[in-house]
Design a protein around this ligand. Structure first.
Ligand code: GLN
Length: 470
């Protein structure tokens, strides 16, 4: 813990951490030492980790990256935080993220980073002029820069997988409902899922095993399925594994097939594509085979997700009204004025944009045309996966169309960020487990991740496939 606290201090310029407290961390570490000395230490005893600042914690403040929660301290721990503490993990601090997890680059941050007096975007340790991805960009940057051995993240539409890809680490989002959402500041509840980010599939397996399990009294969508030790089958042979490659996602080099299948998807960059096909060769050497499958509604994932996620966000974020917790405007005339000013001051631009879109698509007269329609297409996207999994064991594809882009490169164009989510949104909408593992390097020498998507509850198979690759 001391070693990592020193590294966090030395690399504050990355902007990865938004809260540290050496006294708290070292007290937790000493308690872990005492458990180890007694000889009945749990699995993660003494392992330092850090939490995305979207999980509420009693020992550290929680902001979700928002001015709205600046200075907020939760009276309870998120279930995932509690379970990791019970497994012996030691908390190094809280990690920067996009405000309320809305973003793909960790540029939507409204709270100061440790060592800075103003809000700063997180930087990619491989090239500090580039973004680390988002919204779990602080988690990915911290693990990549060795400021923490592993970290928690959350993934609503790609926020674990895409930053893992951009920062060259491993990250996994389990099946929706496997990890409790209790104490995760809610963005889009039907999509939000906690997961693990680490240097390897093995580390992610250890972390994820401690995070998952039923929490039926506290999370109404928690699945009643016992916790599983995902590390038991890491070494299982891959002989006979059938990998499905969606033809709408990527074509063979110099093959126009994918573009013909889906003219709205320009496909991945040359560097991402090459890394993908190199990875498929590795899998063939390991005894697996690949075949093309179809996910015909891939390009619809973007409008569907950005309607549904915004709708749910507009509802979830109505709790931030200046009454119960968080920021409250100072000067106001009456209750309505207090609500208005509080929300005007407390929320950043992207959050306001989503609240407005979400309110619009849920409003009388537009509900059927947008929200209901999006729900129907969401079901069809899940059905497409069910169809695809009849012919393969796992699905593989890119995580993002490109390597990490430059800070500010997408300027004031939020849609540029949204379009880059094309490969992560489908699994999120279907509630399937997905992960990103380092698959090499692409343009500008930046890391490229390989995405593996499993059928429901196939986390162990994904981690097995990733571990054998590594
Ligand atoms: N980039 C997506 C968004 O902005 C996904 C974010 C997430 O998974 N939390 O909504």
């Amino acid at each position: 813990a001391q070693h990592f606290l020193q590294r966090i201090d030395a690399h504050q310029a990355l902007g990865a951490f938004v809260a540290v407290d050496a006294d708290v961390t070292l007290a937790q570490a000493r308690a872990a030492d005492a458990r180890i000395a007694k000889g009945n230490a749990p699995a993660l005893a003494g392992v330092p980790i850090a939490h995305k600042d979207i999980f509420v914690t009693t020992d550290f403040p929680t902001t979700a990256g928002s001015r709205m929660l600046a200075g907020y301290r939760s009276p309870f721990d998120a279930t995932v935080v509690r379970k990791l503490a019970e497994a012996g993990a030691v908390t190094l601090g809280k990690l920067s993220c996009d405000e309320f997890a809305m973003g793909s680059a960790n540029e939507n941050v409204a709270v100061p980073a440790v060592g800075s007096d103003k809000a700063v975007p997180v930087r990619n340790p491989w090239d500090t002029a580039r973004v680390p991805g988002g919204s779990s960009g602080g988690s990915a940057a911290a693990v990549a820069a060795r400021l923490a051995p592993a970290a928690t993240g959350t993934d609503t539409g790609g926020s674990i997988r895409q930053p893992a890809s951009f920062c060259g680490i491993t990250g996994i989002k389990p099946t929706y409902g496997r990890a409790s959402r209790y104490g995760m500041v809610a963005f889009a509840s039907s999509l939000d899922q906690a997961g693990a980010m680490g240097r390897s599939a093995e580390d992610c397996a250890l972390l994820l095993s401690a995070m998952c399990g039923p929490d039926l009294d506290r999370d109404s969508t928690s699945i009643d399925r016992p916790a599983e030790d995902f590390s038991l089958s890491l070494n299982a042979p891959l002989k006979g594994l059938v990998i499905g490659v969606p033809l709408e996602w990527i074509s063979k080099p110099a093959d126009q097939a994918a573009k013909d299948m889906d003219p709205t998807n320009p496909g991945p960059s040359a560097g991402v594509s090459d890394a993908f096909w190199d990875a498929m060769k590795v899998y063939e050497d390991l005894g697996a085979t690949y075949k093309f499958v179809h996910l015909p509604r891939t390009s619809l994932s973007i409008p569907v997700y950005y309607i549904l996620a915004a709708a749910e966000a507009s509802s979830n974020l109505s709790r931030f009204d200046g009454v119960k917790f968080g920021h409250r405007a100072k000067d106001y005339r009456d209750l309505a004025d207090m609500y208005g000013k509080t929300r005007e001051e407390g929320f950043g631009d992207e959050v306001k944009r989503r609240i407005m879109i979400g309110t619009y698509v849920l409003s009388h007269g537009y509900y059927d045309a947008y929200y209901l329609q999006a729900q129907k297409v969401r079901r069809m996207i899940a059905d497409d996966f069910r169809q695809a999994f009849q012919g393969c064991d796992v699905i593989a594809g890119p995580v993002a169309p490109t390597v990490a882009w430059k800070l500010g490169e997408h300027g004031d164009d939020p849609v540029a960020d949204y379009l880059a989510d094309i490969y992560t949104l489908p699994a999120s909408l279907a509630g399937l487990p997905g992960m990103s593992l380092p698959a090499g390097f692409g343009e500008a020498g930046m890391p490229v991740g390989l995405q593996l998507i499993g059928n429901y509850f196939a986390e162990a198979k994904l981690l097995n496939a990733a571990h054998r690759f590594q």
